[in-house]
Design a protein around this ligand. Sequence first.
Ligand SMILES: [Zn+2]
Length: 200
Amino acid sequence: MKYPEHMIALINALRCLPGVGNKTAERYAFQMLEWEPHDLAVLAQTVGTLHEKTKFCSECGCLMDDEECEYCVSDKRDRSTICVVSNIREVFAIEQMGEYRGVYHVLGGLLSPMDGITPEVLRVESLLDRFQNTQVKEVVIALDSTLEGDATALYLNKELAELPVKVTRLAFGIPMGSSLDYIDGGTLAYALSGRTTMGG
Ligand SMILES: [Zn+2]
């Protein structure tokens, strides 16, 4: 017996989520069938307007609630320190520790030429542009301790070498080969406070 077409469409859509296989997608779809129509409408509305309701800051690449970036315009943030991360989720991980007071720059990935992720694809140019209008004293490179993370950190360090800025990298406590997404807050805080200057 085959599922009705609309159920198949829902299952296929859910399967696109990370970690959701066929069986889980089926379970979710049948679960949703039992929801109240109102709750389904709220979910559909939220998903459908996701792009419209959430915007990216053109300067740092973080997500914005309204027209202003809470990091770039806040007078509580130190704009002379820029923390470079590969994706937006890492901003939330660092914010959760509540210790970092600088601003951010989201690269949008890590260098991986084999997968077509070259410096031009990442937001490297816009990082360098920020030095035009702001006096940046330190760039904290908070990238994964993986081959791609290391390659990206080295590339950025080279790009920034000509500028009068201190380039540091999270080093302590981050096990080799690990992604920042999976590191607990304590380890991340330790890594941030123990950051080391990158050699030029
Ligand atoms: Zn911003």
